[in-house]
Design a protein around this ligand. Structure first.
Ligand SMILES: Cc1cc2nc3c(=O)[nH]c(=O)nc-3n(C[C@H](O)[C@H](O)[C@H](O)COP(=O)(O)OP(=O)(O)OC[C@H]3O[C@@H](n4cnc5c(N)ncnc54)[C@H](O)[C@@H]3O)c2cc1C
Length: 582
């Protein structure tokens, strides 16, 4: 069976909803569809807490936001993309205000901004510490006002259909019934979010399995800068639930087992605190996570059944401030850790949080495949380079979701038309494959999905964690190869068609194995340390060889991969030392 839409958006998170609105606004005659494996309001964007950056204050400037982003990225971002981003972010945040987003306010009624890690000025807009929830709600209710946008809620995309270097749609499963369908389109925008679940300990929701990265990679689009995986310094042990950077922006401290603010012993690139970056705790995420590893090596962390931890101290902030600015932090600590941050220390440890890399796009969200666009965490434009600054991701979803939506609308308006028969044949093949996966029976001694997934996550943590080296990466590469062979022998017990979560887990694992391999491949090849990619065997940044994006291509003939390098675009800020606070 086949349905047609002019533009098909995969993903109902911040980027996907914003892209769909942009398509509808650009050309109201286009039929737009959003496919999402969960109900849109359950997308990971909903869990963002801290805020969204965009220049607002009179003492701030676009150049300063751009410079913080460029230096925070360790000069690996593309500066033309960053300049477009900082210019458009405030407009996008204001549009959300007009659509009803309840930004927190100053007493005089202006929208409030807070400090955030690596940002020298206060420019992070927030809605208490539930920013993502309010932004997603606002976008969702705005999408509802466009009747031309139809939704496939709880449909799971398994394949991108590409013929002759151009995409024409997808194959998806309706999870409620198990029905598969070929959904054709003139243009497709991938907005499927990140891939934190390839690691064992992450702030990312279960659904963040890198599906879109693998879909595009399999279809022939390269993935960019995959070796850059961000650890956030403060996750709750065991669950990995995030304690937002806003907690440190409001004045929280990090203490080791002796109650000592250990960050003062490390070079975080903050020579002298400014009124905004008033504390070392607001250093960039990569440096803070690395400092934790050094504290562990010195025996100054605290052992718990869920691994070593340090403490986040919010007690000196007082109940009034915590309730006004960090109510969700208090709620999370109480519900998941059974502690009250007003009177008790919060146990935290670094946790995989965000993927700087993703599908290679230009600044309009276009990929090398005609008609295929990507935006949000799944894409790599790149504004984040080797290390994303906190609160740049939500506005990235808005700015580049909009850009991708507009570009896709123009493409679909110009190049719509007949679907080649080869595409419909591909769709039928994929539907047959899914039927075979569903009916493949687990036999005695066959591989279990959960075992392979756990071993993959462990291999990634050991091989490509906060610090890596050639040996750890090569070992992880071997382990992943072995797991891929074992995966071929995996089957499922549940053969029903109604909400078959085991089938989805099988398909997600196959996507995650592709993503994991691309991370390891790029990390092995980059023989330098930059931002979140720290090689103990190559501890220095090497601009001579690696001031360049890595692009990993799938080579289907050899079941292998090929990495090439693409120069970074530098407009106004030549590479320098990463220093904050001056
Ligand atoms: C706990 C947490 C807190 C954060 N806090 C902040 C913050 O304060 N500020 C900030 O800037 N950033 C923050 N981030 C990062 C930011 O929230 C995300 O990068 C951003 O929301 C990603 O949005 P997205 O639209 O790209 O993807 P998501 O919101 O992850 O949406 C992905 C969508 O794709 C769909 N999808 C995926 N695969 C498939 C498939 N195979 N078939 C069909 N549909 C599919 C899903 O259903 C979903 O709708 C935070 C992240 C986390 C995890």
């Amino acid at each position: 069976m086949s349905a047609f839409h002019d533009v098909l958006v995969i993903g109902g998170g911040g980027a996907g909803l914003r892209a769909a609105i942009a398509v509808a606004e650009t050309n109201p005659r286009l039929r737009v569809a959003i496919v999402s494996k969960v109900y849109p309001m359950r997308s990971h964007t909903v869990s963002a807490e801290g805020g969204a950056a965009g220049v607002a204050a009179a003492d701030d400037s676009l150049d300063e936001h751009a410079y913080d982003t460029v230096s925070g990225s360790d000069w690996l971002c593309d500066q033309d993309a960053v300049e477009a981003f900082v210019a458009e972010a405030p407009r996008e945040l204001l549009r959300l205000e007009h659509w009803g987003c309840p930004w927190s306010r100053q007493p005089d009624g202006h929208t409030a901004v807070r400090a955030f890690g690596g940002m020298k000025k206060k420019r992070t807009w927030f809605a208490a510490d539930r920013t993502g929830f309010h932004m997603l709600h606002t976008l969702f209710q705005t999408v509802l006002s466009f009747p031309e946008v139809v939704r496939y809620d709880e449909w799971y995309v398994t394949k991108l259909l590409v013929d002759n270097g151009r995409t024409y749609g997808v194959v998806a499963i309706e999870l409620a019934t198990g029905r598969t369908e070929t959904i054709t389109a003139s243009a497709v925008i991938v907005c499927t979010g990140g891939c934190g679940r390839v690691y064992p300990f992450t702030t990312n929701a279960n659904i963040k399995t890198g599906d879109g990265m693998a879909l595009a990679y399999r279809a022939g689009a390269p993935l960019k800068d995959m070796e850059f995986v961000q650890y956030h310094p403060t996750g709750l042990p065991f669950t990995g639930i995030l304690i937002t950077e806003a907690a440190r922006a409001e004045g929280g401290w990090l203490l080791n087992k002796d109650g000592y603010r250990y960050l003062q012993d490390y070079d975080l690139g903050i020579p002298e605190p400014t009124p905004v970056m008033r504390s070392m705790e607001l250093g960039p995420r990569d440096r803070l996570s690395q400092a934790f590893v050094h504290e562990f090596d010195k025996g100054r962390t605290i052992d718990t059944p869920y691994g070593p931890i340090v403490h986040l101290d919010l007690r000196h902030l007082g109940a009034e401030l915590i309730d006004a600015k960090l109510p969700f932090v208090r709620e999370l600590c109480s519900q998941y850790q059974n502690i009250d941050p007003v009177t008790e220390l919060v146990p935290v440890r670094p946790v995989v949080h965000y993927m700087m890399g993703g599908i290679h796009t230009d600044i309009h969200g276009a990929t090398p495949i005609q008609g295929l666009y990507a935006a949000g965490e799944v894409a790599c434009v790149s504004i984040n380079g080797a290390n994303r600054l906190g609160s740049n991701s939500l506005p990235e979803c808005l700015v580049f979701g909009t850009r991708a939506g507009r570009a896709a609308a123009v493409f679909a308006g110009q190049y719509g038309g007949a679907i080649p028969p080869a595409i419909l044949a591909q769709g039928r093949d994929e539907e047959d494959r899914l039927e075979r996966e569903l009916t493949r029976h687990a036999e005695e001694g066959r591989e279990r999905i959960a075992d392979i997934r756990t071993e993959m996550q462990t291999a990634m943590e050991n091989g490509a964690g906060i610090y890596r080296d050639g040996d750890s990466l090569a070992k992880a590469a071997d382990e992943l190869q072995e797991l891929r062979l074992r995966f071929a022998d995996a089957a499922i017990d549940d053969h029903s068609r109604t909400f078959n979560t085991e089938l989805v887990a099988l398909l997600e694992l196959s996507f995650m194995l592709d993503v994991a391999e691309s991370i390891i491949t790029c990390a092995l090849q980059r023989e330098e340390s930059r931002g979140a990619h720290q090689r103990t065997d190559f501890p220095a940044r090497d601009d001579e060889r690696y001031l360049a994006h890595s692009l990993v291509h799938r080579e289907p003939d050899r079941h292998g991969r090929r990495v090439q390098y693409l120069p970074v675009t530098i407009t106004r800020w030549p590479p320098g030392e990463r220093v904050y606070g001056r």
